[in-house]
Design a binder for this molecule. Structure first.
Ligand code: ATP
Length: 250
């Protein structure tokens, strides 16, 4: 039997004496797209960052492709698991060319044929070689996020951790970048774990999702259940009502 892409058991994260994540468990199959939703401060980013080795873990275990992670993430882990952040302005160095930004991970991981990989990565995210020697400060938000996605994909990972990857973008650009993410997931059979406060985005992009509140699991749902309101918790119902109110007033 194939190991889950990600298996988290009773994971807790504590910042000094504040418990940001409390005994959360979840399993994501290879090729699945899994969403994390909940109000601001519910622990969604903390969970994703814990997988990436960026949150202080105080209990529980994380397995990636069947291997239990220890305190320090290995180089191989970062080849397999890549993260895309919300803010394409903060996550790319403004004074580096796109070429340089894409070359860096290849050099760190000792990849050969960097030329071919950079050209291919730019094609894959719909930018093309014309963008190769531009500086990231010369790019729009959507173009930057495409570069961030190219940089994540260039190491040929199997899992992408996506932390609100489109919420800093205008609505029309948001849809384009979401479509791109769906295309690359299908083409490369990637596993996604995606954080979003936007229920429409998560139900569109994800097969299943976890609703979180105060660092805990509220419920696990198939996206279809959220769409048809087949939910069992009042908290989830309130999230649905809040997101509809927002859409109506938008
Ligand atoms: N480095 C940190 N030090 C102290 N507290 C933190 C730290 N990072 C997160 N927290 C706290 O942990 C809680 C969960 O934060 P987290 O960013 O995971 O929430 P979230 O659900 O992703 O919210 P948002 O949608 O606003 O990003 C919050 O109360 C936050 O203030």
């Amino acid at each position: 039997m194939t190991a889950p892409a990600l298996q988290i058991e009773r994971l807790s994260v504590t910042f000094e004496d504040f418990v940001a994540l409390k005994e959360v468990s979840l399993t994501v199959a290879p090729g699945e797209s899994f969403g994390l939703v909940g109000e601001s401060g519910s622990g969604k980013s903390t969970l994703l960052r814990a997988v990436a080795g960026l949150s202080p873990i105080s209990g529980g275990t994380i397995q990636v492709n069947g291997k239990t992670l220890d305190g320090r993430r290995s180089k191989e882990f970062y080849r397999q698991v890549q993260m895309v952040f919300q803010d394409p302005y903060g996550s790319l160095h403004p004074r580096q060319t796109v070429d340089r930004l894409l070359l860096e991970p290849l050099a760190i991981h000792g990849f050969a044929d960097t030329e071919r990989r950079i050209v291919r990565a730019l094609e894959e995210v719909g930018l093309g070689s014309g963008f190769r020697f531009r500086y990231s400060h010369q790019l729009s938000g959507g173009q930057r996020q495409r570069v961030a996605i190219a940089r994540a994909l260039i190491l040929e990972p199997s899992i992408l951790l996506l932390d609100e990857p489109t919420s800093a973008l205008d609505a029309s650009v948001q849809a384009e970048v979401l479509n791109l993410l769906e295309e690359v997931r299908a083409a490369r059979k990637l596993t996604f774990i995606m954080v979003s406060h936007d229920l429409a985005v998560v139900t569109h992009m994800c097969d299943r999702l976890m609703v979180m509140q105060n660092g805990r699991e509220v419920e696990l749902l198939a996206s279809a259940d959220l769409v048809s309101r087949n939910v069992s918790q009042d908290y989830t119902r309130n999230l649905l009502v809040a997101s509809e109110g927002f859409q109506r007033s938008a």
